[in-house]
Write a protein that binds this ligand. Sequence first.
Ligand code: NAP
Length: 325
Amino acid sequence: MKAAVIEQQGGVENIVYRDWEDPEPGPDDVVVRVKACGLNHLDIFVRRGMPGFPVPMPFISGGDIAGEICALGNNVPGWSVGDRVTLNPDTHEGMIGEQLIGGLAEKVRVPAQNLVALPDSLSYEQGAAIPINYGTAHRMLFHRGRLAAGETILVLGASGGVGIACVQFAQMVGATVIAAAGSAEKCEKLSALGADHTINYADEDFSAATWKLSEKKGVDVVVNFTGGDTWAPCLRTAKPGGRILTCGATAGHSPETDLRYIWVRELDVLGSNSYSQEDVAKSVAYAAEGKIAPVISDVLPLEKTGEAEMLMEDRNFFGKIVVCP
Ligand SMILES: NC(=O)c1ccc[n+]([C@@H]2O[C@H](COP(=O)([O-])OP(=O)(O)OC[C@H]3O[C@@H](n4cnc5c(N)ncnc54)[C@H](OP(=O)(O)O)[C@@H]3O)[C@@H](O)[C@H]2O)c1
């Protein structure tokens, strides 16, 4: 099969479109013929290297996969060749695309217990835009953050994969959404998606703007997976008793903080990691019901995976970048 192979860690020039051995299913596995694979910031971290998370090279990343089953192990009841599927990449053997060979390829081996049926009403591109982004947002907002109707939530990085998923889930439960992103164009698109307020943090201080929008009361919930120099200012946007949710640190994992806000306002800082099979399956069901709608930014062929990752690195996208073999 053909695959977008990371030959060694570093820049996009290390991604080579080339032959790779076809995967074989173990007894409890299926092989999925990949129709679409959505990019995540994780693909960039896997290629560039993450301190403490060694990835064996050469490697194929890509965890957000949709396709059809093309081979079955001998212990896989309930599934057939030709079934349309997406999947939960967080398997008992490790994360597909991080520890296990991923889906930026024509085929991928997947433990059958991680499959989620892809309803006919959803395209493969949409299917590849759901598991990681919406699964992560579902766990973070609801299991960890207990977001409820009537609350106000600030989402930083709202234009990206996890960000849009947070915006849509927050709307779905009746929260008031302040969506913050890095350009006026992205803010316009977030307004069109139904965000109640937007903040372009390239032009204005998001912390002051949120304080003003909340009539100097602060917001109930802040989503911050950016870290870096957004961390201390985001603490100032929360109301007393507010929750700060984090699942990542795109701009730096060791930021300056301001402890005064944490104790004076009795803030809860809540980490959230990964997602369960249920988070992914529920997200797919909500998409099929039209309660959330994955936003596809760009669709590129598999041989242009490097170009696709550059769009993400340059922050030149809105929603999900999808690669199709
Ligand atoms: N723990 C978990 O299980 C888990 C799961 C999924 C994702 N994550 C983490 O969550 C974060 C977001 O993931 P994602 O796939 O949604 O990423 P993404 O699509 O690249 O979105 C990140 C957004 O953050 C904004 N941003 C702000 N500062 C940035 C910077 N210095 N570099 C790049 N983007 C910046 C960008 O929007 P603007 O240009 O509008 O500012 C961008 O669209 C990542 O750190 C990822 O590793 C964690």
